[in-house]
Design a protein around this ligand. Structure first.
Ligand code: FAD
Length: 414
């Protein structure tokens, strides 16, 4: 018997468990495998302090046509999966209309504003500073027109949301990254984000902090969750565990359990891949670089240079495909002298998305003692600790440090 069972030990579940344990609740963190080995393991490792604008559905004809042709690097879809995606994508498109999107950004930006400071708290408490680089990341611009557009948008973000940046022209970029093989038009340097050299190990450090605070970790299947006299019960490898409250933090798997509990949340996923490479002898990559016009990212991680891909719309359980990664690798080799692949096979994960681009953080509308922390899409690593604090404050009756109403599940259930 504990006070709270947290289901799912990704960055969101672990951060929530820490914040609850810190507030005097006894917490069991349950996952079907070792913590932090799914989406929170394989991402690009950026704590996106600049990410005030969540990823919207493209609405310009050129991008839509390019996506429809299905030859791109940034977006790929499995035609067979489209019918099951259609309802959620239609709503995603609707929410991305300029006026609606503007409101969403205004609600989303306050979460993002605290992303680095909330991680800083947990990084200091868990002694994980050695995993963190505090020099921001680069948005590479191949063409002058793309550069000028990106610079203008960054000016707006600075005016409206205080997000800081530096503008690099072609020479400044070449000086910062002397081993690039092309002369790009420049780069936008987002100066405030932090980057994580191994996101899986960061989750490990947070789990160790949680255990040091007295929390326990168990293996078990969240699908065994049942309402019980005491509140909730779940089967762990060590036997049944009961608690008055349960937090559902199952990332891209949240839909299975919420559906069983009677919630029709419009959740969908965007799959993504990574691969590590050695740098060619005598070369080094100094910064996280998004090759935005092509649609992939390269990052100097602990294991090697990690290349991450854009969004793949395919069934969660469908076999991996390699075309997006293969296409990205070809373009990346023209940008930077990547050496041989390090991983035996590509890693694949799935971003847990909602059509209005905001996570769901708060009470389950029809079940006492059940809480949701899910749907963090492209920014789950960024927002794990913010979410954990916000939810723990709601659950313990503290005054929340942010307005949580824009993230309530009721926006989809009533
Ligand atoms: C290629 C790629 C790049 C990305 N880059 C970034 C980035 O740079 N910055 C950023 O902020 N975000 C990034 N993201 C998004 C981010 O990784 C996710 O939003 C985040 O990891 C989601 O965290 P989570 O804790 O919700 O889910 P997860 O990390 O997936 O955790 C869910 C947990 O639930 C467990 N689980 C599932 N089913 C069960 C069950 N039945 N019983 C028990 N346990 C179960 C799983 O084992 C898992 O441990 C990226 C994502 C991808 C795919």
């Amino acid at each position: 018997m504990v006070d709270v069972i947290v289901l799912g030990a990704g960055i969101v579940g672990v951060s929530t468990a820490i914040h609850l344990q810190r507030r005097g609740r006894s917490v069991l963190l349950l996952d079907r495998r070792e913590p932090g080995r799914e989406t929170s393991f394989g991402n690009a490792g950026i704590i996106q302090k600049e990410g005030v604008r969540p990823h919207e559905f493209p609405r310009d004809l050129k991008t839509l046509l390019r996506a429809a042709l299905n030859f791109g690097i940034d977006i790929r879809y499995d035609p067979l999966a489209l019918p099951s995606y259609a309802p959620a994508l239609a709503r995603y498109w609707w929410h991305s209309a300029p006026a609606r999107y503007k409101r969403i950004v205004a609600e989303y930006a306050p979460l993002i504003a605290h992303a680095v400071s909330e991680h800083a708290d947990l990084i200091a408490a868990s002694g994980a500073d050695n995993l963190i680089q505090k020099q921001g990341w680069f948005w590479l611009c191949r063409s002058e027109s793309a550069r000028d557009k990106v610079f203008a948008e960054a000016e707006m973000d600075e005016t409206e949301y205080g997000v800081k940046h530096r503008k690099l022209d072609a020479d400044a970029l070449a000086e910062a990254e002397p081993d690039l093989r092309i002369r790009a038009a420049g780069a936008l340097h987002w100066t405030e984000p932090w980057t994580v050299r191994d996101p899986g190990t960061l989750v490990d450090a947070y789990v160790a902090l949680f255990q040091k605070l007295g929390g326990s970790v168990a293996i078990g299947d969240a699908q065994t969750l049942q309402a019980a006299e005491t509140g909730w019960q779940v089967q762990s490898a060590d036997g049944p565990v009961s608690a008055a409250e349960t937090v559902l933090a199952l990332g891209p798997w949240a839909g299975e359990l919420t559906r069983r509990l009677g919630y029709r949340l419009p959740l969908f996923i965007k799959r993504g891949y990574h691969m590590h490479y050695r740098a060619a002898p005598g070369t080094s990559l100094n910064n996280w670089i998004l090759d935005a016009e092509k649609g992939y990212l390269i990052a100097p991680m602990q294991r090697g240079i990690r290349l991450t891909t854009g969004a793949e719309f395919a069934a969660h359980a469908a076999p991996q495909t390699t075309m997006q990664l293969d296409r990205a690798e070809r373009v990346a080799r023209d940008l930077f002298p990547l050496g041989e692949r390090i991983d035996p096979k590509p890693w694949m994960g799935a971003r847990p998305c909602t059509p209005d681009m905001k996570p769901i953080i708060g009470p389950a509308p029809r079940h006492k003692g059940l809480w949701f922390a899910l749907g963090h899409a492209h920014h789950g690593l960024t927002l794990g600790p913010v979410t954990g604090r916000l939810l723990a404050e709601q659950m313990t009756g503290e005054r929340p440090f942010l307005d949580f109403s824009p993230f309530a599940a009721t926006r989809f259930t009533s």
